[in-house]
Every structure is written in structure tokens, then in C-alpha cells.
Write a protein that binds this ligand. Structure first.
Ligand code: FE
Ligand code: FE
Ligand code: ZN
Length: 302
């Protein structure tokens, strides 16, 4: 079993990709995921080719294969509603694809979007039209549509919706899927019977279309449509079920990315918060839950 595991890491203006690689290595990862700037906005710095080169050397030295590294588009990009921000979203996505290419990466994860009152069918149509604007025969980047929780009017909480999008895209070979265990659970898919979820995915979309998988526990029950991530093993999905996903033979070689929340010094602390990834990955590699891992994180970073 080829375990390819990483987490969301930062991408800061000064060090750019070099900083991201260093952060991933500090957590014991052999892959990672980053946004090319802040996840919640679209202000983006010019990519510095020297830093990118340095980062790729560092990856090579540490056996991180760039093809396993994932870029995530900012989540305010909404292709499902063709209102005032639609043209901007399309333009931004085009530029983002160029940045991903420039950074030497292949996979760009994208939330399909929210139709905001237009209805699911129009939402899907808008997404298809936008992707057909953006993707050309020369595009070297794969757009990975993420499975969503179905919060509000989100499109993509059902495999059938993602399938419709893929089928409508002209260059559909450049569209794949990124699963998210928290989102799947919240959308109503039963992670405790993950083989059945994969069977359904295989029937509707095809396992060859699965590019990566976000590994998160969920704070809410199956079918809640909430989308609140929890730390590994302490949410409603639980340690054993998440471990079964990670070590599922059918997902061999597919990058697994943690997006679990940072840990506050106190439960309600919003400022003094620390990344849990080094400790969660340790548990994943040991295949053993550590009751005291939250306290260990707090002690380690204090
Ligand atoms: Fe996401
Ligand atoms: Fe996700
Ligand atoms: Zn989420």
C-alpha cells in the first residue's frame, strides 16, 4: 500500500512554494495541498520562478512527487450562479490554472458552487458553461470537482450532479473529482460502509475519475448538510472508519489530504491555534488512536 498523505499548508508571499514544502515536511508528509493565496479571497501575488525551482528541488530531495501535490481554488469562486460575479469567477479561474501550471502542479480542486436560488439544473448548466470557457485543448491542469456537503444551495453533494457536469464539459478528460469524507458524511453518504460508497461512485462516475480525497472527521451526523470539519477520530465518523478510507486498497496511490481544524489553546481560543497535522499523521501511520493527542499538540507548540 502506497500511502500518500499530506495536509493543507500555507503559501505565503515571501517564501511561496518553498514555505509550503518546508511546512509539509515538518509534519512528516509526502504530499500537501495549498491555496495560491488566502483561501477566502482572490488577491494573488506574482509567482516567483526562482522560489518554484527551489521548491521542486526540495521536493525531489524528499521524495515528494509534484503530481501528488494539490492546489485548491479559493472558495468564493462560484461558477453555479451566473449573476454579477460570474465573469470575474471565470477570468480568475483561467488565471489560477496558469498559476498552477507555472507552479508545476497538475490538480486544481474546485468547489462546484452554489446556485443561490436558480435551482440545481441551472446551477449545473452555469458550471458547465464556465468550464467550457476555461478549459481548452491546451490546458495541462485537471480541475477536480469536490464532493460537497449540500449546505444551502451547494451543487455537487450527489455523485449524479458531478456526473452531469463532467458529461457537459467538452474537454471532460480534464475534469476529475476530489472526495471529502466530511462532506460525503454530511451529504448523506455512509462512510462506515465506504466500499459501498466507492461502488456507487464507480457505477455513476468511475473510479478512474477520482483524483484525490480530503480526509476530515465531521462535527455533525450523516446527512446534516452542515460542513463543519472535525479533527481526526474525534468527530461523528470516528478513527477506525477514517483509517479504513485511508488504507482502502481501491484508493492505493491516491493523495489523501487532511483539512482538519487547528487546535486552540482553549476550546474557544481563536488566536492561539496550532496545526494538528503532525500528530494526526503520526496516528494514521501508527494506525492507533492517541487519546491525548489534542493536549500533545498544545504542549508541543506552546
Ligand atoms: Fe474544499
Ligand atoms: Fe475539502
Ligand atoms: Zn469543507
Amino acid at each position: 500500500m502506497d500511502l500518500i498523505i499530506g495536509s493543507h499548508v500555507s503559501f505565503k508571499n515571501k517564501e511561496q512554494l518553498v514555505g509550503s514544502v518546508r511546512e509539509a515536511l515538518s509534519y512528516g508528509e509526502n504530499t500537501f495541498m495549498f491555496y495560491t493565496g488566502a483561501p477566502q479571497n482572490t488577491s494573488r501575488a506574482e509567482i516567483d520562478d526562482n522560489l518554484t525551482r527551489e521548491a521542486h528541488e526540495l521536493m525531489k530531495k524528499n521524495n515528494i512527487n509534484p503530481v501528488n501535490v494539490i492546489v485548491h481554488a479559493p472558495y468564493i469562486i462560484n461558477l453555479a450562479n451566473n449573476g454579477t460575479n460570474y465573469d470575474f469567477a471565470i477570468k480568475f479561474l483561467k488565471e489560477e490554472i496558469n498559476r498552477v501550471q507555472k507552479l508545476g502542479m497538475k490538480y486544481l480542486v474546485l468547489h462546484p458552487g452554489s446556485h443561490v436560488g436558480l435551482g440545481i439544473n441551472l446551477g449545473i448548466e452555469n458550471i458547465i458553461n464556465a468550464l467550457n470557457f476555461v478549459l481548452t485543448k491546451d490546458t495541462n491542469v485537471i480541475i477536480c470537482l469536490e464532493t460537497m456537503a449540500g449546505k444551502g444551495s451547494e451543487v455537487g453533494s450527489k455523485f449524479t450532479e458531478l456526473k452531469k457536469i463532467i458529461d457537459g464539459v467538452i474537454f471532460s478528460d480534464k475534469v476529475m473529482v476530489c472526495m471529502d469524507t466530511c462532506h460525503l458524511n454530511d451529504a448523506g453518504y455512509d462512510i462506515s460502509n465506504f466500499d459501498k460508497v466507492l461502488e456507487e461512485f464507480e457505477e455513476i462516475i468511475g473510479l478512474d475519475k477520482l483524483a484525490c480525497i480530503h480526509i476530515n472527521d465531521s462535527k455533525n451526523e450523516m446527512g446534516s448538510h452542515k460542513d463543519r470539519h472535525d479533527n481526526f477520530g474525534i468527530g461523528k465518523i470516528g478513527f477506525d472508519k477514517l483509517l479504513d478510507v485511508i488504507y482502502n486498497e481501491k484508493l492505493d496511490g491516491i493523495p489523501k489530504i487532511l483539512e482538519t481544524p487547528y487546535i486552540g489553546v482553549n476550546d474557544d481560543d481563536k488566536e492561539r491555534i496550532y496545526p494538528p497535522y503532525k500528530f494526526e499523521i503520526e496516528m494514521i501511520k501508527n494506525k492507533k488512536f492517541d487519546e491525548g493527542f489534542l493536549d500533545k499538540i498544545r504542549t508541543y507548540y506552546k
